[in-house]
Design a protein around this ligand. Structure first.
Ligand code: 2BA
Length: 108
């Protein structure tokens, strides 16, 4: 069994959750915050059999878009007030997906 941790843009999260559950994945959706931009994103926890990992990844990839984000002064806290980083543009996602091995999974 594997645990996927998928960090996606808030704007894609509803369609990703819907597409995953439609394919019978069980997901937990967490409200999270990126440490660089300090803006909200969504983290999915997806526990699944090894042979379904590629399907989950392809669903996430299909529904997550890359976006440009202009960084402004009020979002500088996460970068330690680094003046050089202000008013710059970064490319955010698609999605960031980590795949972890699960030693044990039990439901009570
Ligand atoms: P944030 O940390 O808010 O990062 C937003 C975007 O800012 C990143 O997009 C990247 O383009 C840029 N960025 C992040 N850290 C940077 C740095 N130290 N220097 C310069 N630019 C930087 P993505 O790479 O698509 O990441 C989107 C979100 O996914 C991140 O939001 C974070 O919440 C998460 N994430 C990405 N990689 C991660 C990792 N290795 N570990 C944990 N979380 C990660």
């Amino acid at each position: 069994m594997k645990l996927l941790i998928a960090i996606v843009n808030n704007e894609d999260s509803a369609v990703v959750a819907s597409a995953l559950t439609k394919e019978k994945f069980t997901v937990t959706k967490l409200s999270t915050t990126g440490g660089f931009l300090m803006v909200g994103n969504t983290t999915f926890l997806i526990g699944t059999d090894d042979n379904r990992v590629d399907l989950a990844k392809s669903i996430i990839q299909k529904h997550c878009m890359t976006r440009k984000h202009t960084v402004n002064t009020s979002e500088s806290l996460g970068r330690g007030f680094d003046d050089g980083a202000l008013a710059s543009e970064v490319t955010v996602g698609g999605a960031m997906v980590f795949v972890l091995g699960v030693e044990e999974s039990e439901k009570y």
